[in-house]
Design a protein. Structure first.
Length: 158
């Protein structure tokens, strides 16, 4: 992802972002990892009864800003390659849990770390190390349209 794409993505997320759910790790002043979560907006949408008019938009904003959403949804987690396999992943998550999660003023009851695929046992271990539980695992399937070509599975992330 280019810097320009990252800035555009953050600009789109700004109206719904909660700074309590945006975490970055730095080493010698340089960013080396990030954990980006957003409120699980479906918890609010269900109260709008399928409507998206002025009243429902105001209701949406009120519910979003007053902490009615109780689940954070992890959407992106990454570590720069030079700092992988050094415990940065676990350190970032543990820092989040100890510093923010379940303290006064933190209204989220659950944080879902989405898209931990079956090919990523390293992140599954991080989740288990912090005392969380894995209640769903995403499995990636592939269909080769040209069945004469050899299939090579992507490597498991160690």
């Amino acid at each position: 992802m280019t810097e320009q794409q990252a800035k555009a993505t953050f600009k789109m997320l700004k109206p719904i972002a909660d700074v309590k759910l945006l975490w970055f790790a730095f080493y010698k002043g340089e960013p080396v990892a990030f954990f980006i979560s957003i409120p699980e907006l479906n918890e609010i949408y269900r109260h709008l009864n399928g409507q998206w008019n002025l009243w429902s938009k105001l209701k949406f904003l009120f519910m979003l800003k007053t902490g009615k959403c109780k689940t954070g949804l992890g959407i992106v987690f990454g570590v720069v390659p030079e700092h992988q396999k050094k415990g940065v992943e676990g350190g970032l998550v543990i820092s989040f849990v100890k510093t923010m999660a379940w303290k006064d003023g933190f209204h989220y009851n659950d944080i879902e770390m989405n898209w931990i695929g079956d090919f990523n046992p390293k992140m599954m271990r991080v989740v288990e190390q912090i005392g969380a539980k894995i209640y769903k695992t995403h499995i990636t399937y592939r269909k080769l349209f040209d069945e004469t070509k050899e299939f090579k599975r992507a490597p498991i992330i160690q």
